[in-house]
Design a binder for this molecule. Sequence first.
Ligand SMILES: O=P(O)(O)OC[C@H]1C[C@H](OP(=O)(O)OP(=O)(O)O)[C@H](O)[C@@H]1O
Length: 275
Amino acid sequence: MKWKRSERLVDITHHLLEHPHKLIPLTYFSDLYQSAKSSISEDLGIVKETFEEKGIGLLVTVPGAAGGVKYVPKLHVEAARAIIQELMEELGHSDRLLPGGYLFMTDILGNPSIMNRVGKVFATAFANEKIDVIMTVATKGIPIAHAIARHLNVPVVVVRRDSKVTEGSTVSINYVSGSSRRIQTMVLSKRSMKSGQRVLITDDFMKVGGTMNGMKNLLEEFDCSLAGVAVLVEAQHSNEQLVENYLSLVKLREVSEKQRTIALEEGNYFTNGGF
Ligand SMILES: O=P(O)(O)OC[C@H]1C[C@H](OP(=O)(O)OP(=O)(O)O)[C@H](O)[C@@H]1O
């Protein structure tokens, strides 16, 4: 089948979007479309210019025999800010307030369109980091972890709070859950990670950071290192913050269970390295 340029451009775009952060040799495209490398290079130049101008992402070219092109999901600042503003509007409804200063977020975490945008905001911040794995803790962190993983093209590991025979042999640690000051357990299958991997930790909500801190401690048991911490919503609180370096999209500054009010502000995404 002879491919017209317009058909190649559509198919190249589709392939790149389906394989973020994957280095694709030019020969893959020239063989697929039976086209000269020079034509493919021109095609990729058009895709690159449109991707970067429209804020879809970057098209990184790696020269040399082992080279190729790699699509890196990366939003423009304005697009990231608009997604965070959208989140704040969604979260700002007083009926989301739960006892203990938590917010009901399950509907947002279950919304694939919102999660996809959240994933791309975080993937933008970590686009240049070497990340091998994304770790979260069951349950509500799972949709966020997968959303980020989709854009970074890396696997997700889910820490559980209980041991299950279906996880095989496991590593477990105890940690103090910040808000409730309860001793809790984190369990992760030994098969989940390999020594030396760099891990991005994420969760839907961080209050005192006990949960996040527990996951950081778990990394040490696997001889893995922390590549970053991504939090959807962080909550202001009076206790000592157990986690310093993290990125949050939204900050729950103040809640009044009596007045049923929620005060939100942008998280530290833009001030702490999101861009
Ligand atoms: O910063 P901390 O004070 O440790 O609290 C943050 C925890 C608590 C809550 O999880 P839960 O609602 O307890 O558990 P699940 O995600 O399974 O609903 C939230 O999803 C974070 O994981």
